[in-house]
Structures are given as structure tokens and as C-alpha cells.
Write a protein that binds this ligand. Sequence first.
Ligand SMILES: Nc1nc2c(ncn2[C@@H]2O[C@H](COP(=O)(O)OP(=O)(O)OP(=O)(O)O)[C@@H](O)[C@H]2O)c(=O)[nH]1
Ligand SMILES: [Mg+2]
Length: 344
Amino acid sequence: MGLTSAVQSGDRLALSRLLSQIEDDTPQGRAALEALFPHTGKAYLVGVTGAPGTGKSSLVNRLAYHYRHPPQGEEPQKVAVVAVDPTSPFTGGALLGDRIRMQDLAGDPGVFIRSMASRGALGGLAATTTGLVQAFDAGGFELIFIETVGAGQVEVDIASLAHTTLVVDAPGLGDDVQAIKAGILEIADVLVVNKADRPGADQALRALRTMLQLAHPAPRTFRHHNRIFEAVPAAGPAPSAQEGPAAWEPPIVATVSTEGKGISELAQAIEAHRRHLIDSAGWGRRERERLGTELDLRLQQALVSRWREQVDPESYRQVLEKLVSRAITPQEAVRALVDGKDTP
Ligand SMILES: Nc1nc2c(ncn2[C@@H]2O[C@H](COP(=O)(O)OP(=O)(O)OP(=O)(O)O)[C@@H](O)[C@H]2O)c(=O)[nH]1
Ligand SMILES: [Mg+2]
């Protein structure tokens, strides 16, 4: 059986091999992803981001357990986790607290956790993440969590690959972290104040409410992630007040992930956002944005690597020399290299 059909039939070893090939950006990996693409688009993608140490991995573990052991009458779902550049390893133990042991998830064929170091993503972090997510999607995983740390453009790009984005905050973080928070608040569909057992939790909740009001004074229309619409207007209709989906106010959920408190409320908030996307026709919009982000990423990559293949190293060196000696500006250097314009 070929790699792609093995992955589709739920073969974990094959899936694991494919994930490595995607990380290494091998030709087989790329071919397999292309073959699998028509079988993707079924999974629900949940981005989880926030400052370091806020409890993202612990929360994802709890959520995974929740979806594997749902309330009576609901079907367990297959859950995959992609942890992008985790600063603390996703290995369980202490972070799971006492009640859920990692083995509960590790021995479960319906759970697959993959940690990816940023240096392990040869094709670029966001593009590699998309690939991993598509592999899980084609492998029948119904819920895929994508954990990222920080608030750079890469995190925002990765968050816009998700259907629902959770931004995780915790009490008692330093001032430097406030800046991180401000940067990612924009992309939040659901806000989480984790470590609600810690002193200062109420204060953190209040601060977030205030920040939200400042960020979205009016009931907000569906605006975030709309970078793509601005960049590629021809790709689809721009969101407008009349035809746009109804406003979504990001709810704030308090959790204690070490004790499992607030986890079912958080799952309900995710479900509410999913329903909102479906009911408000935001689903198609979000899909378009998600795939638009991926298309942009892959275009950038393809154009740069195509350009690298055909550039003459000698003229590159000459242009760089002129730039270093300040004979030309960086802009002139780009025009010289990209458009073949003569340098002064
Ligand atoms: N008191 C308390 N501690 C928690 C809670 N959730 C997580 N922790 C602890 O916080 C630490 C960090 O938890 P992680 O889940 O690794 O946090 P993270 O956001 O994934 O961390 P990075 O991936 O390194 O950014 C661990 O020691 C957890 O045990 C909580 O609700 N209450
Ligand atoms: Mg983590």
C-alpha cells in the first residue's frame, strides 16, 4: 500500500513517516501532500496561542481528553495536536497535573501529538504547519489543535490557518508580556484566562475585558484575518456590513488546566464559535481566508526559490558589493536583481 492510502486508512506509522517528510520538505512528502489534498477539508482546526508558559499545552491536553471522553450521548472525536516550537516539551508529566496521566492520551489511538521545532521546518514554519495539518486531516483526525508561542507575524499567519483561535492569558505575567498580548488580541475568537487558581486572576479578567472594549468599541463585524482580502481583492468579495456575517464577540473563559476546571465551558465556547461560523456564512469566508493564507505563503516561497534558481551568483555578488559601499540603495539593488535594471 502506498504512503497516501496507508495514511488515509489510519496507519499511524505511515502518518508519522509522512509528518517527518513534510518537516524535511522532501519530494515524496510534497507529492504525498498533493495526492492527499482532495481528501482534506473535513477537520476542525483550533489555533492556541499566547505568551510563553500561560498553560497552552496543559489546556490542549485537557481539551484533547475532553473530546476523547465526551459527555454521554456524544461521539468521541479523533484529536491531533501540532505544537509549533514549544519552549517546554509536550511530554506530559507535571503539566498534566495528577488526575490525567499522559498515558491516557498516549495509549489512545485517537490522539496524535506532534511537536515541531522551528528549525525542523525546512519549508518555512507556517507552510510546514499547513502540511502537517493536512496530513492529519487526511488521516481522519477531526479536531486539530495548533499551538504556537508569541505574537510575531508567523504566529498570526499560523493562527489564520485555524477556524477558531484561542488566545491564552494567565495572571501574574510581566509587563513585557502585555505587548505580546496586545499583538494577539486581534486574532482571538475565544479568550482564555488560564491559571484562574492564581492570585490576580480577577484582575487579569478585568484587564482583558477592558482591552477587548478598546480593541472593538462597537459590536465588531468579521474583520480579523482580513489581510488577505486587502492583499488580493480579486480573490473574493470584500467583507461588507450588509452581507457580512453577524458580529462575534470573543467570550472570555476562565480555566485551571491543571485541575480541569473550565474545560467544558471552553469546549462550549469553541462550539459556539463553530456554530457562529456556520450560521453566519462565516464558514466559507474563513475557508477562503485560510486557503488564501496558504496560497500566499506558497506563492512567496515558490517565487523566491524560482528567482534563486535563475539568479546569476556573480551579478548578485556585484550588486551586494555596490550596496555595501553605499554606491546604490537597497531599493536599487532589488530593482537590479529582480527587474534586471542596470545599477548606477
Ligand atoms: N497553577 C496553575 N498552573 C498551571 C495551570 N496550567 C498550567 N500550569 C503550569 O504552568 C506551567 C506551564 O504550562 P504549559 O502548559 O507548559 O504552558 P505553555 O503555555 O504550553 O508553555 P510554552 O509552550 O512553554 O509557552 C506548567 O508548570 C503547568 O503545570 C493552571 O491552571 N494553574
Ligand atoms: Mg507549550
